[in-house]
Design a protein around this ligand. Sequence first.
Ligand SMILES: Cc1ncc(COP(=O)(O)O)c(C=O)c1O
Length: 491
Amino acid sequence: MSQQAVNGVPCRGKVLTLDNMNPNVRRVEYAVRGVIVQRALQIEKELKEGVKKPFTEVIKANIGDAHAMGQKPITFLRQVLALCSYPDLLEDNKFPEDAKQRARRILQACGGHSIGAYSASQGIECIRQDVARYIEKRDGGISSNPDNIYLSTGASDAIVTMLKLLVCGEGRDRTGVMISIPQYPLYSAALADLAAVQISYYLDEDKCWSLDVAELKRAINAARQHCNPRVLCIINPGNPTGQVQSRQCIEDVIRFAKEEHLFLMADEVYQDNVYAEGCKFHSFKKVLFEMGAEYSSTVEMASFHSTSKCYMGECGFRGGYMEVINMDPEVKAQLTKLVSVRLCPPVPGQALLDLVVNPPQPDEPSYNTFMKERTAVLAALSEKAGLTEKIFNTVPGIICNPVQGAMYTFPRITLPQKAIDKAKEEGLVPDMFYCMRLLEEEGICLVPGSGFGQREGTFHFRMTILPPTEKLKIVLQKIRDYHMRFTQEFS
Ligand SMILES: Cc1ncc(COP(=O)(O)O)c(C=O)c1O
């Protein structure tokens, strides 16, 4: 601690320094907004200041932020939110009657009839009821109890909250949490923050990033030497790998969770984003209940959904929910207490979620426009998923699995040894070196595969399929040319 005097006043230095701050926070990494994105922002600034570059704009294909990539909001969702935000508009005849009805119903449920009021910590009750009805309909009538629904600040908040509840113990007793590799870095970041033990299980790239129970067994057996595995996290459809799990695979996973006495966390934020023929979204809840009482009354689970993905892409509203199943009632009381500390999720996000789970019905005036817009977004994503796979697979040195669902592709890239050596020389991991050069030369911002985890000695990048189709074609062409140039330069 420094004791130097400044103007005669003894200075003891900062109370909070890198050396004495929470070491768990220092260990947190979040590649999706990491150094490469910071450099992309800097380049954007330089372009604005007139610095000459080989490109005129930075295309940020690093994050699943649909509206930032130009996707238009769904009219009905924004109409109701506009009405909720400024209720004087309820007198305006430009708004359809069904939008007004929804807004009135939501406002009726808000404190002081304003979305500016705090709500109940678990979320507005009538919205939780709508969520439960949505789940029942989605899952072919399997019942859902609104008491088991917790509205959240996006899915991220609910995922972190669940992990907080689950992590305990010291030394070899510390909770181990199984996450896929590659993974969405929220998970590794949250585990670092909570000082939980990360148990990595690898998805099988050669089988379209599928999940194999034998690999789960390998990972859990190895982890038992140093921690207490208690949680299994699954992302379906997958981020960053874009795979959609088969029903059989989900059944196998549930059986494994029961046998190994694990709490299941099913991240299903991409449940409407399924594109590949023969693939279908199966919720873990539905499969669990179809497996019979032996499973449905015992396996503990939380599943997550969000307003940020699917056809909505309303990331900024921070809407989401989780449903908990078979949770011990005393723990559930603790969960309710824990969420009450943060008062409540954003009420506009809750209102938006309500519209997602309770969209316009065929006999309502907004139905046709709503369906047209929804279908157009999903059809465009489906087209872009196919296009991405097709174009990448024409490039020697890039292998791309089908983008069956979600919003990303995670192609494997072959990097020449000289490039790997050069990266080392510059103190960068090889796929970061590759992505940084792509950013500097072409203005395209991707995330290196190392930010998500990958098998030793393999290299990837993650790219979203969100840019508008014509722009995406240019991006793919530019990556293709860059990859060939890069390979030639280092061969
Ligand atoms: C798999 C997955 N889970 C959770 C989230 C978090 O979403 P949000 O907090 O915006 O709902 C994301 C965001 O990209 C994601 O890809």
